[in-house]
Design a protein around this ligand. Structure first.
Ligand code: GLN
Length: 201
């Protein structure tokens, strides 16, 4: 297997790398189409989805990444989730891999950031997970193609579609590796694997 790419244009990309190191997974930074081409999958970090959209275009990376996402697993946290889904902010361009609609900053501004235990379904029944929300996007619609794996106060916060996994919180800001591990199992299982409630059992 080749390396898992981590988009490193802007935002909290180092924390994903630290977590993959702890899992012993080979990874590389992605800042160009050439770097993306050798990756088996890609992580989109948290940060600012408008800035990331802008940088993806100026680096000539947006279209290559959109094509890559049709055939390779993507995991996105927070701003990464926004890029995977759809929002009505015209400054953010969608990679079109999650059938969801999100409201940017839908939980409020920086001061309303919070941590909360949520129940996640990673294939072995409900597990408690410490979720950190920072200017988080609120998922306001989930289409038929996507599966909700966790909710906070009835709102979906963790969504899978095929081998893609997106979340409105930041698992990389905790030392809990379970969500990354679940996604990585889909990465190594190959093309037919689909993340679902049973996937990581
Ligand atoms: N509010 C940011 C955005 O809209 C996302 C925040 C984050 O990634 N922590 O892009």
């Amino acid at each position: 297997m080749g390396p898992v790419g981590i988009l490193a244009l802007q935002g909290a990309y180092q924390q994903h790398a630290d977590l993959l190191d702890r899992l012993g997974v080979e990874w590389c930074w992605v800042r160009s189409a050439q770097e993306l081409a050798v990756c088996v999958a890609l992580i989109l970090p948290g940060g600012e989805s408008t800035a990331m959209t802008h940088l993806l275009h100026t680096r000539g990376l947006f279209e290559p990444l959109r094509s890559f996402a049709q055939t390779h697993p993507i995991m996105g946290s927070c701003a990464g989730l926004i890029l995977m889904g759809h929002t009505d902010d015209a400054r953010v361009h969608s990679l079109d891999v999650l059938d969801i609609q999100v409201a940017r900053n839908g939980y409020g501004r920086q001061l309303q950031s919070f941590q909360s235990g949520i129940d996640v379904e990673l294939g072995q029944g409900m597990e408690r997970f410490p979720a950190v929300f920072i200017r988080a996007p609120r998922i306001i619609r989930v289409g038929a193609a996507a599966t909700v794996l966790a909710r906070h106060n009835d709102h979906p916060v963790l969504v899978a579609q095929g081998r893609h996994l997106g979340m409105s919180f930041h698992p990389e800001l905790t030392d809990d590796t379970r969500i990354h591990r679940c996604w990585l199992e889909g990465v190594s299982a190959g093309a037919m694997h689909t993340l679902s409630r049973e996937a990581c059992a």
